[in-house]
Design a protein around this ligand. Sequence first.
Ligand SMILES: [Zn+2]
Ligand SMILES: [Zn+2]
Length: 139
Amino acid sequence: MHQASSGNCTCGDIRYRITGPALQVVACHCGMCRRMTGAPFSSYVVVKEAELELAAQDEALASYPVTERTTRHFCRRCGTPVFNANPHTYRGLAMVYLGTLQGHEALAPGIAIYCENKLPWLSVSESARHFDAAPKRSS
Ligand SMILES: [Zn+2]
Ligand SMILES: [Zn+2]
């Protein structure tokens, strides 16, 4: 990600531009991330907070203190998690959720963290049936 990238929440009330490079792409397997996202793991792009330009509709950007240190920022209207910040441990950085970024298909995680908490079936995904889209309903 060497040029400006943009992204948005599901409803589009929150849009953003990233004007600097991705410092890291992280896959996190911690239980907190699973609960926060409802997904089996979270993936996010670490960028400088100053290089994350937010353009949110009035009051669309909501925040929730997940822990004493980490704040989750999400869309009040559609619920999409957009980014996290932890100014205590990671001052000046923002963790932008990979799936909200346009062109994220080109960004693979450089590191995977909290792998000791990884769901056991994630490593056996090849054994799952794969569907190009949603499976047909049998009724
Ligand atoms: Zn939204
Ligand atoms: Zn995590």
